[in-house]
Ligand binder design. Structure first.
Ligand code: EPZ
Length: 425
């Protein structure tokens, strides 16, 4: 297993290009199953999660070509059984359910496992698909989904106890595009990645309105065609590097290929914490540097357009050495605090209780061997290591490689003193 060795104390400077969004790419890649025509998708990040999705599509019978960030997919002759050995590796595999049931009238997908950030139910996905006519049974750990008499548009409220569901909204939207009649999704997720999927589907001939609001309307059509689409920038990667600039850059780092309108939550909280965030006029580049009078603040995650749960670990790493007391509450994944124990091993002073972390800023952290646990917790450890005294060894780097494209090369480009050590296994 690879590890990342980080020598703390470097001042970051320079610029990097932010990659395409992992969380937009995954449902868009799955949506290629909805047509037998070729689709071309650009800016798909080369990370293990998108590679898993491409393996699943290949196993389903798709022709897949990939060169640098461009993927060409033709789902001419496909089967309905998604391979367990790949699906079990990535929860987002469940977003092949909607397209398969729409295209073939049948799907067999293994139940996703849990993960370290908390219980990951799919009851809302199943509620949505059942509402438009799917029958769902479980057999040997697989979900067998049938739509014998076809899918019929309905009005469905997808709200769960933790608010809307991103991939649940995606799954129902993808199933509904080929249903008879019109489907309305109430309490829909509004994330930019949902909007990007709707744009992709509409470019294939779907008739979707309201994406980006809590009510999405899908008028069923009989078939979809091919398209050529560029995925939106990865707002969580951008936010992660914005935090890096706030922690470790005096002169400022510049992040290119961003979208200002997708970074409002992170921008607001970095400025509230006293750091400098300046966007270019067109909003596609941002410069971030550490403020002179950093101070702690409070963050409560919420569904978009609220503060993203995928950014709370990174801010916790920043607050660990920010003067004063900060509070981070995650209302979406209340158990998503695996990073705090590791940060405390580096000298942080964080108490976790009942879905929130109370952080007393310390002067500095000390480098140590730490263990990555999930994608964003691992990113938080990298950020903490950048300013820690001494050397930090981050093990199980595969967690980061799931969602950050060439993170070590980007950090080196910004002047960080990091080294990837290739593991044997
Ligand atoms: C997406 O996961 C993202 N993943 C996650 O990012 C992100 O944290 C999450 O949305 C929330 O923003 C991708 O887009 C691939 P949800 P998703 O369904 O869709 C509950 C990362 O770091 N829920 O919006 O699986 C659920 O338990 C990843 O890139 C149900 O109760 O999340 C959670 O509390 C991690 N029943 C809340 O809803 C369901 O059927 C939101 O989950 C589905 C979800």
């Amino acid at each position: 297993m690879d590890k990342l060795i980080v020598h703390g104390g470097s001042k970051l400077t320079g610029s990097i290009n932010i990659s395409g969004s992992k969380n937009a790419s995954l449902p868009i890649l799955a949506a290629s199953l909805l047509t037998d025509q070729q689709v071309i998708i650009e800016r798909v990040p080369d990370v293990s999660d998108t590679n898993y999705m491409l393996q699943i599509l290949s196993a389903l019978g798709c022709e897949v070509e990939r060169y640098s960030g461009t993927v060409k997919i033709t789902a001419a002759n496909i089967i309905s059984e998604a391979p367990y050995e790949i699906v079990r590796k990535m929860r987002a595999s469940i977003c092949v359910m909607g397209p398969l049931i729409a295209r073939l009238g049948r799907a067999s997908v293994s139940m996703p496992g849990g993960c370290v950030i908390g219980d990951r139910p799919i009851d809302l996905h199943l509620k949505g698909l059942k509402a438009i006519g799917a029958q769902i049974d479980t057999e040997g750990g697989n979900m067998i989904i049938e739509a014998g008499s076809g899918l019929k548009g309905q009005h469905v409220d997808l709200r769960g106890k933790h608010g809307p569901t991103v991939l649940g909204t995606d799954n129902l939207m993808m199933a509904a595009v080929l249903a008879q009649g019109t489907t309305t999704i109430e309490s829909a997720a509004c994330e930019p990645e949902v909007v990007d999927l709707a744009d992709f589907l509409n470019s294939m001939g779907a008739k979707i309105t309201g994406a980006g609001t809590r009510q999405i309307t899908i008028e069923g059509v009989t078939s979809l065609g091919g398209t050529h689409h560029t995925v939106i920038p990865d707002r969580i990667e951008a936010g992660t590097f914005m935090v890096a600039g706030s922690m470790a850059s005096e002169s400022g780092i510049i992040l290119n290929r961003v979208r200002k309108d997708q970074l409002l939550g992170a921008t607001e909280k970095l400025r509230e914490s006293g750091h400098l965030v300046r966007f270019s006029d067109c909003g596609t580049s941002v410069s971030v540097s550490r403020g002179d009078t950093a101070k702690g603040c409070q963050i409560t995650t919420a569904p978009h357009p609220g503060f993203p749960t995928d950014m709370q670990a990174q801010f916790t790493a920043m607050f660990a050495t920010t003067p004063g007391i900060s509070i981070v509450e995650d209302t979406i994944f209340p158990q998503r605090f695996m990073h705090c124990a590791e940060l405390n091993r580096m000298g942080a002073d964080i108490q976790v209780d009942n879905g929130r972390a109370i952080i007393h800023g310390v002067t500095s952290l000390s480098g140590a061997p730490v263990m990555a646990s999930d994608l964003r917790a691992s990113a938080a450890l990298v950020l903490a290591a950048l300013t820690a005294d001494g050397v930090t060894e981050i093990n199980r780097l595969y967690h980061i490689d799931r969602g950050y494209e060439m993170i070590d090369e980007k950090l080196l480009q910004l002047g960080a003193n990091v080294e990837r050590q290739r593991g044997s296994a």
